[in-house]
Design a protein around this ligand. Structure first.
Ligand code: ZN
Length: 184
């Protein structure tokens, strides 16, 4: 298994619409890709990663949910972290309630932006066994899924800033706001 290179802002792969996974077949090595993406995510101390960020323009995302299973110590000690993988994810908003919160991105290192997202969404997709996933979530879980699905459509969080001024270096922003530094 290996740690993959993460595409950085400016790289065209981040602005492409990723292709849907046709069928979940063992020969496509999706499992290997997802394992490598998971190792990459843990190594980068992030909480979410989309396949286009590792130069694979396919509709696959992985993430962990900080509230219930991730803590700094766990990342540092490399303890077991539950990573969710969703193939061909999509979501709908349950209402028009928005929430603004700070986000980082592994493709935009060292920066944070305050991003407007739906508070609550229902998402669908498939797991590696081809089983349908259908969940209604809110909070950070909903935010991560929206951020990662944006990557599949070639959209970076910069396009969704609540205010263009709500963006800057993590170090600077942390001086003025209480921010949990989540790299998704
Ligand atoms: Zn990102």
């Amino acid at each position: 298994m290996s740690i993959l290179k993460i595409a950085q802002i400016g790289n065209p792969v981040l602005y492409q619409k990723a292709e849907a996974v046709d069928k979940i077949r063992p020969k496509d090595n999706l499992k290997d890709l997802i394992i490598n993406m998971s190792e990459t995510l843990i190594d980068a101390e992030g909480i979410g990663l989309a396949a286009p960020q590792v130069y694979v323009s396919k509709r696959i995302i992985i993430f962990c949910i900080p509230e219930d299973e991730l803590s700094e110590e766990k990342i540092n000690k490399n303890q077991e972290i539950k990573i969710h993988a969703i193939i061909n994810p999509s979501y709908t908003n349950n209402d028009n309630d928005f929430e603004d919160d700070w986000e980082g991105c592994l493709s935009i290192p060292g920066m944070l932006g305050k991003v407007r997202r739906y508070k609550k969404i229902t998402y669908r997709g498939y797991d590696l066994q081809g089983k349908l996933i259908n969940k209604t979530v809110d909070g950070m879980h909903a935010r991560i899924v929206q951020h990662e699905c944006d990557h599949l459509n070639g959209i970076l969080y910069l396009a969704r800033l609540a205010d263009p001024r709500d963006f800057g270096f993590t170090e600077e922003i942390n001086k003025y706001y209480k921010v949990q530094n989540e790299k998704i």
